[in-house]
Design a protein around this ligand. Sequence first.
Ligand SMILES: [Zn+2]
Length: 450
Amino acid sequence: MQNTAAAGTVDRAAASLAELVRFRTVSSRTEADVETAEFEGFLSALPRLYPAVHAALVLERVNGDALLYRWPGSSPDAASRPAVLMAHYDVVPAGDPEQWTRPPFSGHNDGTHLWGRGTLDDKGQLVAILEAAEALLGAGFVPAHDLYFSFGNNEETAGGSAAAAADLLAGRGVRPWLVLDEGGAVAGGAFPGVRRPAAVVGVAEKGILDVELLTRGTGGHASTPPRMGATARLARAIVRIERGPFPQLLPAVTAEMLRRIGPHTPGPLRAVLAHVPLLRVPLTWLLGRLGAETNAMTRTTVAITMLEGSAGANVLATTARANANIRIAIGDTVAGTLERLRRIIRDSKVELRVLEANEPSPVSSYSGPQWQLLERCIALTYPEAVITPYIMMGGTDARRFTGICDAVYRFAPFFMDVDARASLHAVDEKIALETLGRGVSFYETLIRKL
Ligand SMILES: [Zn+2]
């Protein structure tokens, strides 16, 4: 039977989310830009909105403004099988408010949708978790095993709070049986021709590597340019990177995704996808050419950002630099990626400096008991969805927990159509009230089964 939230649940969740969206909790790498009062306001609203949660759970602040709740389990082995439900309440900037149909921090409820920055990413998820807990506490429920909620305050700027929370748990000997964070969703229109929504659950995320490319020149006046000055050398390196993509591979997770989606695709594609193992090579080739998104599924990608060179119209650059933002495919490593980058550039005068390096995450099982539990809960909440593992292209806070947990998953229990996904980090972000209700149901179901 399908779980649908009662109207009262949806109204309550929507009212709480509307209030929480109004706090402009925009995170920034520049500390002076963070509106501290907005974060404090957000945090002080929670005990009022969720009194039962704040009476029954142990709450501590982590790394300043991140939150870690512990809901003590009742069984004698309560600490032996803990789970962590994650979300973050910081948001990206709203951009030009004039571009929004409804003001970005209004929390406007139009009867079908709740509008505003953070409704989908990721205050909606935080609210769904807390609403579920509040309702379960109201019904006298006590979990069998310890349950943690870890809510980040700087996910969007890849800040240190999630790592601090994971360290804190590690120091107490907590080894979560399951970690669930944002990432995938119940996606409509994600696969061409597939009419059923796809519940895509992230089992891994690509690595992120930022490398500065630096070239040097003699400088001087632009009237007497040398051959292969700093800017020309940098440009040649960039063109070589553009022309020399990393090799393609089809990770086992992506093959599994195609196998699961296959039966739901129309006509000839279905026949092709029924033979994924046999057709690995041509399929990989095809994915590489279908578009930027499917291409990124099959290889390590490099984007050149932050170009910089000469400071004046008639001034030769003494240095030129660019950032290579690299997303490392599962199966590759930071060291291997750097080595290949050097080979692609093949110019010892281009200096490479690693600014930040994160290895790709380990791959969580998509057949073990934790996966099966998630599948059951998703199927109860979204019976129409095809459920599949996938590899996330972006990074999440969840990566910080892979050191203390083997079963880390990335999934928000919300339906997102193409428009909804396009609104993430863009204008007109909004959540359908119906899916907010289903999100609460999902967490109620999951918490009861943990
Ligand atoms: Zn997010």
